[in-house]
Ligand binder design. Sequence first.
Ligand SMILES: [Zn+2]
Length: 252
Amino acid sequence: MTVFYIFLFFLLGVVLGSFYNVVGFRLPQGEEIVFTRSHCQSCKHELKWYELIPIVSFLIQGGKCRYCKHKLSLFYPMIELCTGLLFAVSFYSFGFSYDLIIALTLVSVLMIILVSDLNYLIIPDSVLVVASIIIIVVQFLSGGIKGGFSAIGSGILLFAVMYFIMFLGNLAFKKESLGGGDVKLMFLSGLVLHPLVGIFSIFLASVLALPVSLVLLYTNKDHIMPFGPFIAIAILILFYMKIDMNQILSLI
Ligand SMILES: [Zn+2]
């Protein structure tokens, strides 16, 4: 039965991943999300339902538009596949629990941010607001009044820490080093992680981003690299690992 549920969550993730592509792509441009039909980026041909099946349509069409043969980006089916896999991993790790809801929310935020931050260097506020509300409700349900408020307190603390880091960064580099979206994202980190683990997530995100930024530095000098996806990945890794303080202190 567990295998059946894992597969079910994989399918749910693939379908939602397809939706997150649309959200991450259209939201920063202020486009309508639900009722506008998707179209080919190149020839603007409106896509039929059978051309919108996540992953499957891409494979059947050989990664090309059926009309103008424009090569489709592999990025979007990869988002669908990754969302599916991470949904499956989330269910496998947490089963039916409050933590599962938090994990699925974090995966969703990560995927939307990947699309929006890589395309536009924007983390949509509405995505963070919706995710925060879902997680706060879950924290109150699972941890009671005390658990709920301590999660919010930890979120505010992490927000403040990141804001301070941004302030220092702007002073040191005389230009914007971190985006406001990155600071707001740390609020989410505090909601789901112990405050000290949350601070560790900033460090982990930097470690993850370092090799990528070095490659970009050599290949493209003025490329601005979004930091948001790395923060989201770091939060997700730490949440999956459910790292407690002792493990982190022993690492340091
Ligand atoms: Zn086309």
